[in-house]
Design a protein around this ligand. Sequence first.
Ligand code: ADP
Ligand code: TRP
Length: 317
Amino acid sequence: MSKKILLSGIQPSGRPHIGNFFGAMKQFVDMQETHDCLFMLADYHALNAIQDAKVMKQNIIDLAIDYLSIGLDPEKSIIFKQSDVSEHTELAWIFDTITTVPYLQRAHAYKAAEANLSKEISVGLFNYPMLMVADILLYDTDVVPVGADQKQHVEITRDTAEKFNRIYGETFKLPEPKILANVAVVPGIDGRKMSKSYGNTIPLFAEDAEIEKCVMSIVTDSSGGIPKNVYEMHKLFRSEEELTVLYKQHEGKYKALKEALINDIKTFIRPLREKRKTIAGDTAAVLKVLKEGGIRAKEKASAKMDEVREKVGVKLY
Ligand code: ADP
Ligand code: TRP
């Protein structure tokens, strides 16, 4: 029996953090063994936020290095960047034509942007879900591992696949999101969702000094013996049984508990950071992985796009 197809992606929009890792990236690594995987760098999505060619280039290379450093393996999986497969934007256009404006106005990301009155919303941001729908549907994806904040985008993907199938006949498979419940939303050092855009992260490849600084600035509630934000983060690294003992032992001693967390994070990050340094030393090899991945992805996407062109009636020869 053939394996199920997995696709997921991350935008090259800055240093990944432990929220990205435990919410999404760790599942990528684990599922490589059991699925046919495509791991994408969503560079065209990131254009909404990054409009500086030098920064974009560096971010793409950095994210590719990050992918390889956590153990994504080009021998097992296809690692590619979105912009190398023009079928993504082509298919997104076709989905634009069957999607209504009020439907996209209900998207959380759009509503959040709308609530932020200081910045006008680009058409790219408004249409963002349609490009993600194309990313997923082009490869007959079965499963999309993501953090909880992306759940709605996978629902939009299913709706759009159904709508297309209804209009043009059975063409697209309906994918399922895969969201790990206990790490669906990893909190940041201020207690809100950890996010690059809030500046409340612990970077995945942080140096020891940076880890110390971040953890020491975790906001602790002053009432009760258990500092909730410290505990929530600690759960990523130790079992609840171990933590119960530890937090009982150091009840009310926030500094000691933070130091214990620092040690656990350092132990976890150190080997990843070392591996990253080695991989970062050979940029040519990293670019080769991306280029070859792009060729492999393109092959699949262009076959699917051919079918779509036939279905919508623009394929004449
Ligand atoms: P950010 O909010 O930091 O910009 P992204 O939007 O780039 O993160 O998210 C990349 C992946 O990581 C997505 O699958 C997203 O759901 C997941 N993710 C991001 N932040 C968290 C978090 N705090 N907890 C769990 N998963 C997260
Ligand atoms: N929108 C996702 C994010 O911000 C990134 C993304 C783009 C993605 N295309 C995708 C995730 C396809 C999963 C599948 O995190």
